[in-house]
Structure formats: C-alpha cells, structure tokens
Design a binder for this molecule. Structure first.
Ligand code: PLP
Length: 360
C-alpha cells in the first residue's frame, strides 16, 4: 500500500479496511450485507447508537449534557444548518476567519441571516491565526463560529476564546480525535468523517442539550437537529455502511489508546516533517508561522511551482501519495491524520531530504 497523505477522504488503517471487507458480504452472521439491511433493523439501530456512544466516550463528554447526531451533507451542510437554527431577527452569527473553510461557513451564514467577522487572520495570507483570547462579543451575538484546524492552509488553534456565555461552535472536521481539546467549551461542534473519523458520507455533530432545545423550529424537518435527536439519527435512510466503517475507526482509535495517544503520535509526526522543512536551508519554506502550525496538515512551498509539481509527481511514483497542496493555494501539503503512521512521516522526511540534495 502507498503511504497516503491525502487531505480527505484520507487514509484508513489497514485493520479497519480488512474488517470492513470481511463483513461486507455477511454482516454478523445475518446472511446478508449491511448494505442490504433495513435501517429499521435492530442491528442498524444498535450500530448507530453504539457509534454515537463511542464517539462521546472518546472525547469524554457526558451524555446527560451532549447529544451526538450522525447527519449527511458533509461539513458544508453544517455551514448552512448552523445559521438556519440559530439566526433570526436581531441576532448575529459571528465568525473567526482563519482560512478558506471558515470563510465558506461565514459566506453561507450571510445567505441565511446576519453574520459578521469577529476576528480574522486574512491580512497575513492565512500564515497566522487571529488572536481570539480577548475577543469581545456584542450582546446580539447568537454564536461564535471557529474552525479549529485549517485543512487547506495548515494552521491549528491552540487557544480557545472565552465567549462569556455565548455559544461557541466549532468546525472540527480536520482535527476531531487528533488532539485533546476542552470540548466542554463548545456548545456545538461538527466533523465530516473523512479525516479522522472514517469514510465520507457521514458527519458527526455534537450538541449541548440546551442549544438543541433552543434551535429555530421553522426549518424543514429533514434539516432540523431536533429531528435527528428525536429519531436517534434514524429519521430517514442513513449511510449505514459509512457509519459502520466510522464505528470500526472509532473502535480502532480507542484500542490504540484514544485521543491522548493520537495526540502524542500527531505531535511526533508533525515534528518530523517540520524539522525536514526547517532544516532545509531555505529549500523548503513552511507556509504557516511556527506557533500556529497544524499537527494534522503540514504545508510548505518550494522556490518554484514547477519544482513543486515535480516533487508531488515523483513522490507519488515513489509510493508517497496525495502531497500536492489544495488547488486554490498550490504548494505542498502532507495530511497526517490519525491513520497515517509515524513511519510514513519518517519515509516522507527522508524523501524530502533526498529531493533537496538532488535539486537544491
Ligand atoms: N471544513 C473543514 C475544516 C474541512 O476540512 C472540510 C473538507 O475538507 C470541510 C469543512 C468540507 O467538508 P465536506 O466536503 O464534507 O462538506
């Protein structure tokens, strides 16, 4: 298998894929695949319930305070659903801008109601994160939205804002389960599964019960968080197999030692790659300033674009896949989510050093 540095859909552990293959034709001795099974069956109900419980257990939140919902439409659907639930006359959704996905979330909110920028790192070309420590929120603030890890730019917040009681909402698509965070500071957070949680097609949303109760009721039932909460995420036909692979991925995470171990490995992996960048005598240039660098998406540049393309193409041929930067920003990016082993990063660093010796 290739070392897979794809940004998402991202690498899955071989054990998870093999287990999914084993059960594909005959699920749990039922004589049929999960793909063929009713979502109203006991098996599927149990699977969905256990998946939600396992996620909550991994992040150590209490089921008396928080609900997990499994939804479709990716994280992009949440960009719209959050303002649909919590904006209304006299209420403003405030956004921390830290990269392209946070801007997308902000723009989507503007189509629904009133949205404003609370802090932005745009002037730095996203090479720095805005300071959110002293954020001052006007009394009409419905919520503050932030993106905890910026997948495209390669930056990650280490600090959370004190919102003074205003609900904090997080897009954690690219770092949920990759590091510990004081999740209880958030009233709502979501992550499309295709990074650390499993395959594309399902999005995990964690919401505090009080916020769940306060959402706007005048939106279609299929988009309402309450609908999913009342039906145990089984209001309509869910992506059952994606949820199953997510459950396998959560079990794998737990067996590896949980979030603390993922964080330890993440720091080790990121340090290996940032060292290869920083010790390259300027041949490689990190895009994000050191205090803001991500442990999930490592981004860097070479002196010219042709060399960057050569790097990504040759690396791919050498078994190191998915290293081209996002098409909107160029450069290079190694996404080192939970399923990417330390060994893959050592191989990549060695390859970077070889490439530098050849072309530096
Ligand atoms: N938010 C972040 C931080 C992401 O990394 C992504 C996808 O990479 C998205 C949102 C969009 O997710 P989706 O494609 O599932 O809508």
């Amino acid at each position: 298998r290739a070392w897979n540095f794809n940004p998402g859909p991202a690498a899955l552990p071989l054990e998870v894929l093999e287990r999914a293959r084993e059960t594909l034709v005959d699920y749990d001795g039922k004589g049929m695949s999960l793909l063929e099974m009713s979502h109203r069956s006991e098996e599927v109900e149990r699977l969905v319930g256990q998946t939600e419980e396992t996620l909550l257990r991994l992040i150590g939140l209490n089921s008396a305070d928080y609900r997990v919902l499994l939804m479709a439409g990716g994280a992009s659907a949440q960009f719209a659903l959050v303002p649909l639930h919590f904006l209304g006359p006299g209420k403003v959704g405030r956004y921390v801008l830290s990269g392209s996905f946070s801007e997308k979330a902000y723009r989507e909110a503007q189509t629904v109601g009133e949205a404003a920028v609370a802090a932005t790192g745009k002037a730095s070309g996203w090479s720095r994160l805005p300071d959110v420590s002293g954020i001052d929120l006007e009394p009409d603030t419905a919520y503050l939205h932030m993106t905890t890890n910026n997948t495209i730019e390669g930056s990650q917040f280490r600090q959370l804002p004190d919102t003074g009681g205003v609900p904090l909402i997080g897009d954690m698509t690219s770092d949920l389960l990759g590091r510990s965070l004081d999740w209880s500071r958030f009233s709502l957070f979501y992550a499309a599964a295709q990074k650390n949680l499993g395959p594309a097609g399902v999005t995990a949303l964690v919401i505090r019960n009080d916020l769940l109760q306060s959402g706007n009721e005048r939106i279609p039932a299929i988009f309402r968080y309450k609908t999913f909460a009342e039906h145990g995420s089984l209001y309509n036909t869910p992506p059952v197999h994606a949820i199953y692979v997510m459950k396998l991925m959560l079990d794998w995470t737990e067996a590896q030692g949980g979030v603390a171990e993922m964080e330890r490995r993440g720091e080790e992996k990121a340090a290996i790659l940032y060292r290869a960048i920083d010790d390259s005598d300027g041949f490689y240039r990190g895009i994000v300033e050191p205090p803001f660098r991500s442990t999930m998406n490592v981004t860097w540049r070479l002196a010219d674009e042709a060399l960057e393309r050569k790097f990504a193409d040759e690396a791919e041929r050498g078994g190191l896949a998915g290293l081209a930067g996002h098409r909107s920003v160029g450069g290079l990016r190694a996404s080192i989510y939970n399923a990417v082993p330390v060994e893959a990063c050592r191989e990549l660093a060695a390859w970077m050093n070889d490439f530098r010796r050849k072309f530096g």
